[in-house]
Design a protein around this ligand. Structure first.
Ligand code: ADP
Length: 644
């Protein structure tokens, strides 16, 4: 130690009457001591610090000149002021570890943010027991404290990790005794680690899995440090069986562990999902096999991924072709069997490309007929899984339909002649009775004639349908006045009903070229429907006009109306509905089918506008002149009118 330092220290101390100050040996020891030391006056003012203090706190004595320990607010906050005061009253004391921040006491005094210190504080007294100075010696324990804290933090992190983990860890002795279980066992099986400690594993096992589990444990015992995965059921705290997936490792010879270590998670939900999936799959397979239809699923890359036996049988595919499983080969083979293979192939390719659903009738060379349905298989998220085909052999059904049509055709044909004769006889008889003055008999015969007329109409409808199906209907086209036909028929129909008022509006003033009887048949059908389907309202408006150089005709009633979803169906053969109150109206469901066909064949268009409960308006258009170009023009005019 240089003298100058000594002198300057002395100067700082500046108390020439003090024993300590005069003891230069003490000064040297004080200065050179590696232990941070401060000396205070009995009033608490800092008198001197040593080098170690400067190093520890990163401040010089000059920086803290005037500091009084007894007024240090930070020490009050740290709750050690009472101890310090006791030292100033004469006691020797150890101060507990505190975290001291120098800059909190004097702004910007040091670059050091904080230090953890333990301290010894003791008074120095003179011979008369009077306190001369108080000495404070610090021990820097910052590093130790920080390490401790890090340890605590990492322990806490580790604990949180294990506790929050969905996996639980268990240490088990070779005899199956549970040595340790992590807290997370609560999440996995509902137990607390304490509840399990010291118990055996076996009582928790599902009896059916015990043998499997034992064999796995044997495997573990034989293979130190090898990871062995096992799945088995154990009893959950709530009494249910939980599926566990455990990774076991034999650490019997690993120092500090010396146990079998199991890391397990609850996979009950996963198992249940797997089971559901298996169930769904078998259900689907059963459905597919039991289906009366042939089913084929083609993957997006053209592989036949799934099909049923019926599909193979229907198409008479060879085993070899099926084993190869290429859709392309099946398509090639199929074309050899079809009457129009080009159309089929073209359509299939287009459907694969456009990923659309579609229906088609397939005709085979031997006479078989299949209904073919196809639809893309698309997952909820839009993933494309390929295309599914359904084939239904409808050969028999088609045959029966043809037989039925033949029967209707023959029966109605055969019925027509005798019924016409009955009608003539009835009319002759009615005249005869009228002449003889037998009014009663004449009236009965007139009623009979009306009923026979209905029968004739029904037979006529049936005959017409068969004619339309076989394209054998003939038209007798002539020039006639449309307005006259309408007036004639409205007058005739008005005579059949007292309840309704047929209101005729508008005129066309046109002569048209067409089949007068067939067009008359349509008018009669529309007006009689309007009467039939408006039993509780009176008005029926019949209107003729010219729109876009075509006849535009409509029959409007204010009766039961037609629901939107049935407005297309009513034009199908044999389609009938009951009224809104489920009342039934007589009829075969053929009139509108026949009417639409007639109007179509006469170059026009027929449609309906209707609201349920408010009534219906049936409209048609007809070309005024009937040549091919005009017909086409009028069809499109009808389309425009319908849309407009
Ligand atoms: P039918 O009247 O003999 O049943 P149609 O072919 O003439 O056969 O009519 C088919 C169906 O259309 C009828 O059953 C009826 O449900 C419905 N329909 C036809 N005209 C009307 C109308 N003016 N008002 C309400 N529904 C009608």
């Amino acid at each position: 130690m240089k003298k100058s330092t000594y002198i300057s220290s002395e100067k700082v101390l500046g108390d020439k009457n003090n024993d300590i100050n005069e003891n230069s040996t003490f000064q040297i020891i004080f200065e050179q001591s590696p232990i941070s030391t401060q000396i205070f006056s009995p009033g608490g003012t800092l008198l001197k610090v040593n080098k170690a203090w400067v190093k520890l706190w990163g401040a010089k004595f000059e920086d803290v000149k005037g500091y009084n320990i007894l007024k240090d607010k930070q020490l009050i906050d740290l709750k050690i002021m009472p101890l310090i005061k006791r030292a100033f009253n004469g006691e020797v004391l150890d101060l507990p570890p505190v975290k001291y921040e120098p800059n909190k006491t004097i702004n910007d005094v040091s670059k050091i943010q904080f230090r953890w210190t333990k301290a010894l504080i003791y008074p120095i007294k003179d011979s008369k027991e009077r306190i001369q100075k108080v000495v404070l010696v610090h021990e820097d324990i910052t590093e130790q404290k920080l390490n401790e804290q890090k340890l605590i933090e990492s322990e806490e992190r580790f604990r949180a990790l294990i506790e929050k983990s969905t996996d639980a860890v268990q240490l088990v002795s070779p005899t199956g005794e549970i040595l340790f279980t992590s807290e997370s066992i609560k999440n996995v099986l509902g137990y607390t680690p304490e509840e399990l400690k010291g118990l055996g594993v076996a009582p928790f096992m599902h009896p059916d899995d015990l043998e499997y589990f034992s064999s796995k444990i044997q495997e573990l015992l034989k293979n130190p440090k090898k990871h062995i995965i096992m799945q088995y059921r154990v009893k959950h705290k709530d009494g249910s069986w939980a599926w566990l997936e455990t990774t076991g490792v034999n650490h019997l010879n690993t120092p500090y562990i010396n146990a079998l270590v199991g890391n397990f998670r609850n996979i009950t939900d996963r198992k249940k999902n797997e089971e559901d999936l298996r169930y769904q799959k078998s259900l689907l397979e059963a459905q597919r096999e039991l289906s009366p239809e042939g089913v084929l699923v083609v993957s997006p890359d053209g592989k036949m991924v799934s099909y049923n036996k019926r599909f193979v049988k229907m198409w008479k595919f060879s085993e070899k072709l099926i084993n190869i499983g290429e859709d392309q080969l099946a398509l090639e083979d199929a074309t050899k069997k079809l009457i129009d293979p080009e159309k089929f192939i073209k359509r299939v390719k287009q459907l694969y490309k456009e990923q659309k659903a579609d229906f088609e009738e397939l005709h085979f060379k031997g006479g078989r007929i299949f209904d073919r349905y196809g639809a893309p298989v698309v997952g909820e998220d839009g993933t494309n899984y390929g295309y599914v085909w359904f084939f239904q052999d409808v050969t028999k059904r088609k045959q029966l339909e043809r037989q039925k049509d033949d029967f209707i055709s023959i029966a109605s044909h055969e019925l027509k002649t005798p019924v016409t004769s009955i009608k003539s006889y009835a009319q002759v008889l009615e005249l005869k009775f009228k002449k003889e003055g037998n009014e009663k008999a004449a009236e009965l015969l007139s009623k009979m004639d009306a009923q026979v007329s209905k029968l004739t109409n029904l037979i006529g409808d049936l005959l017409d349908v068969t004619k339309m199906d076989t394209n054998s209907i003939h038209f007798n086209n002539t020039q006639f006045s449309f307005d006259e036909l309408v007036e004639e028929l409205v007058e005739e129909m008005q005579r059949t009903t007292e309840k309704h008022e047929l209101i005729l509006k508008g005129k066309t003033n046109k002569t048209i070229n067409g089949d007068r009887d067939r067009i008359g048949q349509v008018l009669t059908n529309l007006i009689s429907n309007a009467i039939k389907y408006s039993p509780h309202t009176r008005k029926i408006i019949i209107q003729s006009s010219i729109k876009k150089s075509a006849i535009y005709f409509s029959v409007e009633d204010f009766g039961v109306g037609i629901p939107k979803n049935e407005q297309d169906k009513i034009f199908e053969r044999f389609f009938r509905t009951s009224g809104p109150g489920k009342e039934t109206f007589p009829g075969l469901g053929l009139g509108l089918y026949i009417s639409r066909e007639i109007i179509k064949m006469q170059g026009g268009k027929l449609w309906v506008e209707s609201k349920i409960g408010q009534g219906s308006k049936f409209c048609f258009t007809l070309p005024i002149k009937q040549n091919r170009n005009e017909t086409l023009k009028n069809i499109s005019a009808g389309e425009e009118l319908k849309q407009g």
